[in-house]
Design a binder for this molecule. Structure first.
Ligand SMILES: *Cc1c(COP(=O)(O)O)cnc(C)c1O
Length: 391
């Protein structure tokens, strides 16, 4: 069986040194916010060249803490992509804000910045825009435009140069959901430091994964960092026993920080391996006219956590899926439905609104195995199955 991401193989590589370090961790008994949390935070800050980094309990919690740290109030509006993992959008509803979904670009699968700006302008012109739920039209002035959550999907950075301009122009906070893109480059800058606040996930299958749940929040703003630090521990004050705001249990276990520190040593090499695998897929698959391979974009380096191709139609995707299955090759469909079609967002009454690109992509996308330890032989097998399939 060829896994989408071979975690077992990855975990065996430094199993003994990780066990040794966990053992030391147990001896020290610094289980909560121990010295390895600080070491990891420093390491990540240095890597993305940020002033601050705060480890936390998951990528989702990183997003929730970010929304709390900028004082997102019920009824506030947060713009985001219509196409990502559910966390990106669910956190907005969770804090009582209203997500406004924006369609994506076909080439990068990321938020379409032109459509984003159009939606912002239309809000102020009080135009009935296709992005807005009807209930907003009644009293737009009661709602504040608060921020943007932009995702660098599958590891490829979104158009952050434009996003930054738009966020400045309309006074919105720009949050980077870098859960899939830690390690990616963007015009000599690093993903994880492209927004006012950036969120990482260390879920095991992400570019840098721990052995459980974990995440981090990155910022260059002292005020936001101080607030995040408080929110991470129930909103506590610097004075013991005083609580300033509502927070969560948002800490990363020290043992997970220990694991991440050890795995960080091979992070760059793993990124490089995945880049080479992606290059080879593109080279060998791009000539097949029924398949669209992901674009390599100038000045951008994806972290290649997911490698996604587009098929000609849903039917041809089904054909290929059958063949992959017969050959014991795992695959993923990221994502089966854009946000506006998910039941959880039915309350926004968006189902009649149009999001043509995310609709198109969700019906044709197929993610095939990519991980730093995929062998040449395995990749060749995958390429051959795809080449020989009739679809
Ligand atoms: C994985 C992921 C998250 C959530 O991360 P968790 O650590 O699983 O909570 C958020 N956004 C995106 C785009 C993701 O892929």
């Amino acid at each position: 069986m060829i896994q989408l991401i071979n975690l077992k193989k990855q975990a065996l590589i430094d199993r003994s040194s990780i066990l040794q370090k966990i053992s030391n961790n147990i001896k020290r008994a610094d289980f909560i916010l121990g010295k390895n949390n600080i070491l990891l935070e420093n390491k990540i800050s240095k890597f993305v060249k940020s002033k601050y980094c705060l480890t936390c309990s998951s990528g989702t919690d990183a997003l929730i803490m970010s929304l709390l740290a900028i004082d997102t109030n019920p009824g506030d509006i947060i713009f985001t992509t219509n196409y990502s993992y559910i966390s990106t959008a669910e956190v907005i509803s969770l804090v009582g804000a209203i997500p406004i979904f924006i369609d994506i670009e076909k080439d990068s699968f990321n938020i379409d910045v032109n459509k984003l700006e159009e939606a912002i302008k239309n809000f102020y012109k009080k135009k009935t825009d296709y992005n807005y739920p009807k209930f907003l039209n009644k009293n737009r002035r009661a709602h504040k435009l608060k921020g943007i959550i932009a995702v660098s999907l599958f590891g490829m950075p979104a158009n952050f140069n434009q996003l930054k301009k738009i966020s400045k122009k309309y006074n919105l906070t720009l949050i980077e959901d870098a859960a899939q893109s830690f390690g990616a480059d963007y015009f000599k800058r690093k993903s994880g430091n492209l927004g006012d606040i950036s969120c990482l996930s260390f879920y095991p299958t992400k570019s840098l994964g721990c052995y459980g749940d974990g995440g981090a929040v990155i910022t260059n703003k002292k005020k936001i960092y101080d607030k995040l630090k408080s929110i991470r521990v129930h909103g506590q004050s610097k004075k013991v026993g005083d609580f300033d705001r509502v927070g969560i249990t948002g800490r990363l276990d020290t043992i997970q920080a220990t694991i991440l520190l050890t795995k960080f040593k091979r992070f760059k090499k793993e990124l490089n391996n995945r880049r080479n695998i992606a290059k080879k897929y593109n080279l060998r698959l791009k000539h097949i006219n029924k398949i669209k391979t992901p674009k390599f974009i100038n000045n951008l380096n994806s972290a290649w956590t997911v490698y996604t191709i587009l098929l000609k139609s849903k039917e041809s995707r089904n054909e290929l899926i059958k063949n992959l299955g017969k050959n014991n090759i795992k695959f993923g469909i990221y994502y089966k439905k854009p946000f506006h079609k998910q039941k959880v967002f039915k309350y926004l009454k968006l189902d009649k609104l149009k999001f043509p690109i995310s609709d198109y992509v969700s019906k044709r996308c197929l993610s095939i195995p990519i991980d730093a330890y995929l062998t040449k032989k395995e990749q060749l097998k995958i390429i051959n199955v795809i080449k020989k399939s009739k679809y």
